[in-house]
Design a protein around this ligand. Structure first.
Ligand code: ADP
Ligand code: MG
Length: 171
């Protein structure tokens, strides 16, 4: 697990952009965290780095939206457990086969519906109002194989003493 910290929404977007640089077609990223943690902020920075020009929002009644970027970006916001059935209907593996990248907010609810490979990013609140802590956990071979590259990509934000980053700089 890589642990990183940000201190503003812009920093979260920059962190997300660094993760996006490593992303390829068929990748799934799960964003877990309470309301207001910064999942949508992350999605916005991520989308911008993928060349999405539209602004990414968290539409209250839309579970799934596709944005156009360098790769198609499927953004899902699963904020209620009851939406699990809808996610199963959409079929994440089928979506991945379409050659885009999937970003799911509020991942915990959908863990039973997940394919074997994904990057889990859990966002926690830090001490200050604008402090957020990110735990990045590669799950499955697809992301485990990139964990060094991932640690290097987010190195600027990695907390000192964390095992995920080699030569991690203090934040
Ligand atoms: P979520 O999608 O997890 O519910 P949002 O991204 O919609 O959360 O909202 C995050 C809120 O927290 C925004 O109002 C944002 O301005 C604020 N915020 C403060 N500090 C940070 C930070 N370091 N990273 C992300 N958002 C932050
Ligand atoms: Mg959100």
């Amino acid at each position: 697990m890589i642990v990183a910290a940000t201190h503003s929404p812009e920093e979260t977007k920059a962190l997300a952009a660094s993760v996006a640089e490593l992303t390829r077609a068929g990748d799934l990223i799960l964003l877990a965290g309470d309301l207001g943690a910064g999942k949508t902020a992350f999605a916005q920075g991520f989308g911008r780095a993928l060349g999405v020009e539209e602004s990414i929002t968290s539409p209250t009644f839309t579970l799934h939206r596709r944005y156009r970027g360098r790769l198609p970006l499927d953004h899902l916001d699963v904020y209620r457990l009851e939406q699990l059935a809808e996610v199963l209907d959409i079929g994440l593996p089928e979506l991945l086969d379409e050659g885009g990248v999937i970003l799911v907010e509020w991942g915990d609810a959908i863990i039973p519906a997940l394919p074997a490979d994904y990057l889990q990013i859990r966002i926690r609140f830090g001490e200050g109002d604008d402090d957020r802590v990110f735990e990045l956990t590669p799950v499955g071979a697809r992301w485990s194989g990139r964990s060094r590259a991932l640690a290097a990509a987010v190195r600027r934000w990695v907390l000192e003493g964390d095992s995920g980053g080699e030569g991690a700089a203090p934040c």
